[in-house]
Design a protein around this ligand. Structure first.
Ligand code: GLA
Length: 734
């Protein structure tokens, strides 16, 4: 049993294969946290909680004269509010009488042999082979009537615990929720580092590692989407933790909107982690009988270092999160028109690109922005999802037919959540966007955001996209979103509910995606938001691959893809070879290196193939061939970061290994080169120690142990930015 309750000690023990999570119903009904870490057999952990009489630490009324019981320092599962805990809390409420107290005590609990699925939001599901149990602990505030159901999903074999919270107003008056975390985790020590993924447009998910310091450290988004700036993922690890060793905790929120992740080291050097919806701009009115559910947090613990942590997330996300039937299957190698033509094309130009890309061995042609309304630049037409016949004389149908006749599949770019002021949609429905009447609207890339908190707008979009999908044969959709939200004000909500707009937007988006993406399982949907501005687990639920960044420079991509790899499987990452000098950085890197870097995910091309020489197209064809040869490793193998682009100035290296350890591919890119350089070796990982491997093109057969401990020499003739791949096949199993 992965979830047990010890009646005599009132302790819950949640066990996975390698981790334990413990909590207990303490005196007076408070739910206290006891432990999260390596697997333990005990169910009496009471000694871990040291009650003390501490100055300025108030005691709940029920404690009477017991001055040692104070929520000021006790570790909690879901903190109270205004009840003597002064740390950043799990919840902030406004009761009908204006008081801000939530004092949740355990009323009862249930254990069920299944996974709880969130309503209206993506969450992990149990696979056929998984043993999953769900524990729900009901906390009740007797006076306001607000109930918080803490929901814990335990994936026993997969070392994963999920947490979410369902609020139910059982009282007789309305309660306003101003802050709502999916989970609070209290640690009794704080000797850890934090790793998070920060960035900006065209430079997403840079890995940042800092020590936990006294005070409150927060990352998050208030942009309405999960954002380029911070990813909703966080690692807490021992100070000496590295790729192969050390205790690591992972936190990944399945949510695409405003989120918050806090680490607070308190007065006693205890640590609190909070994860949930960002309270900034959030306020939700809960009338009697109403309920509100938090997004789901995916927690993982390993004592084996960062790679093991990544593998836990890669596996659970591939197996139990992504809904696309393509998640583990081969995907088409695409050629995308964006950097090839931008807005400047007609049917002939597109067909010429498609035709010349045939020699490259690509599978699918994607028509990016610029095909609809009168969109010759980014100032107009978003919302008018009707084809521009001046550019495409026979419409999408004609273009798609011709592309198919060439033997390619056809894909299309859309950005359904947006509207241009210069559009028929805006002219007929000016109130359908997020803006405040009487105030000038804030524009982003000249566009406004449709109000997805409105069901009529969602219905319109569902019908419009479904119509589009039936207009021509389309096998791939790139679903873009190109600005941050602002002025989250909806004309259909009264003033008491305007604080709900950001979250309602996200729920509206999920509803549209449920109705469009999940009803077209044959189409591959690629997520995008100005590159990787909405690269989050909830988007991965819908899209088997996400455009990782608008930066296609291979050397920048080393960092972007490195940061992305901590939580997301590389098969979720779409990466394209583009032209040099690169359009974003001006850098020139060999076509070979661009190919190697793009094979660190789902390979594609983003260039005008008519401008490549025949030799270059032939080189691309060989790249596609190589990629297809390795594709299974990218889709379903284990991923190893061999060398960090931050720590190692000389080279970045990564490796895919098949689950049975029989095949592997290692990629190395030189990031700096000195004259008469030191001989460097890349040490491999994940191989069988006893297994003996042949490196493609070499005579020698070497043991996995040798390859992992001594490594492979990086050829000294390689120049700066040059790359090399090694393919390994197990020759003998021992
Ligand atoms: C975003 C995407 C790009 C491209 C443009 C089109 O920036 O990330 O790949 O599709 O929009 O406008």
């Amino acid at each position: 049993m992965s979830i047990t309750y010890n009646e005599s000690t009132k302790t819950f023990l949640l066990n996975t294969k390698n981790s334990s999570y413990a909590m207990k119903i303490a005196p007076y009904g408070y739910l206290l946290h006891l432990y999260y870490g390596r697997l333990i057999p005990d169910s009496d952990l009471d000694y871990l909680i040291q009650f003390q009489d501490r100055g300025f630490s108030p005691n709940p009324f029920e404690a009477g004269n017991d001055r040692c019981f104070s929520l000021d320092f006790l570790p909690q599962e879901f903190s109270t509010s205004e009840s003597g805990d002064y740390r950043s809390g799990s919840i902030e409420v406004e009761n009908e009488d204006g008081s801000r107290i939530f004092c949740g005590k355990v009323s009862h609990f249930d254990i069920e042999p299944k996974k709880h699925l969130l309503k209206g939001m993506p969450s992990l599901r149990a696979g056929d082979q998984d043993t999953v149990q769900t524990l729900t602990i009901h906390l009740q505030d007797e006076i306001s009537g607000l109930q918080a159901d803490l929901i814990y999903g335990v994936f026993e074999e997969k070392d994963i615990i999920t947490r979410s919270v369902l609020l139910v107003n059982n009282g007789s008056g309305p309660v306003r929720i101003n802050r709502f975390m999916s989970a609070t985790l209290d640690y009794m020590d704080s000797d850890y580092d934090l790793i998070y993924f920060a960035g900006r447009h065209t430079m997403e998910r840079e890995a940042v590692r800092i020590p936990v310091e006294r005070g409150l450290h927060a990352i998050g988004s208030s942009r309405g989407s999960s954002s380029h700036q911070y990813n909703p993922s966080l690692i807490l690890c021992e100070k000496n933790a590295g790729e192969e060793h050390g205790c690591c905790y992972g936190f990944s929120l399945i949510y695409s909107g405003n989120f918050l992740m806090e680490a607070e080291k308190d007065q006693y050097s205890q640590l609190r982690i909070n994860v949930g919806i960002n309270p900034r701009g959030f306020s939700w009115l809960l009338n009697p009988g109403d309920s509100l559910e938090s997004p789901e947090l995916v927690l993982a613990f390993t004592a084996q270092g960062l790679t093991a942590l990544s593998h836990l997330y890669h596996d659970i996300f591939r197996d139990n999160l992504c809904r696309s039937p393509y998640v583990k299957k081969p995907r088409p190698v695409v050629i995308n028109s964006w950097e090839a033509a931008y807005f400047d094309f007609d049917e002939k130009k597109l067909l010429d690109i498609a035709q010349s890309s045939l020699q490259m061995g690509v599978d699918l042609f994607v028509l990016d922005d610029g095909w609809f309304g009168k969109r010759d630049n980014d100032c107009c037409s978003l919302g008018d999802w009707t084809v521009n016949y001046a550019k495409l004389k026979d419409g999408l149908k004609g273009l798609s037919q011709r592309i198919h006749q060439m033997g390619l599949s056809f894909g299309l770019w859309i950005e359904p959540e947006m509207v241009s002021e210069d559009s028929d949609l805006y002219r007929s429905h000016p109130d359908w966007c997020l803006r405040v009447p009487g105030r000038p609207a804030v524009r982003g890339r000249y566009q406004l955001v449709l109000d997805l908190s409105r069901s009529d707008v969602c219905d319109y979009l569902i019908a419009a996209i479904n119509r589009l999908l039936s207009e021509a044969r389309i096998e791939y959709i790139k679903w873009d979103m190109n600005r941050s939200l602002s002025e989250a004000w909806s004309s259909l909500l009264d003033r008491s509910r305007q604080g709900e707009v950001y979250h309602r937007y996200v729920l509206g988006l999920y509803h549209i995606m449920d109705q469009v993406i999940l009803t077209h399982p044959d189409i591959i949907f690629c997520g995008c938001s100005g590159g990787g501005g909405r690269y989050d687990p909830a988007m991965y639920y819908y899209h088997p691959q996400i455009w990782c960044s608008d930066n296609t420079d291979a050397i920048s991509r080393l960092k972007i893809q490195y940061g992305t790899s901590f939580f997301y499987p590389m098969s979720a990452l779409e990466s394209h070879v583009s032209i040099c000098p690169n359009h974003q950085t001006g850098r020139t890197v060999s076509l070979k290196t661009r190919g190697i870097t793009a094979m660190d995910g789902i390979l594609g091309y983003e260039l005008d193939s008519t401008r490549l020489s025949s030799e270059e197209r032939e080189q691309c064809r060989r790249q596609v061939e190589t990629y297809k040869h390795f594709e299974e490793l990218v889709l379903n193998g284990d991923y190893y970061r061999l060398s960090s682009p931050y720590a190692n100035p000389y080279f970045t290296a990564w490796q895919f290994v098949s689950k049975d350890k029989k095949r592997s591919v290692v990629s190395v890119v030189l990031t700096d080169k000195e004259s008469n350089d030191a001989q460097r070796f890349v040490k491999l990982r994940g191989l069988s120690r006893q297994g003996r491997y042949r490196i493609e093109g070499q005579e020698r057969i070497l043991s996995g142990a040798l390859l992992m401990n001594a490594g492979i020499p990086i050829p000294s003739g390689l120049k700066e930015y040059e790359g090399i791949q090694f393919e390994l096949t197990m020759a003998e199993e021992r």
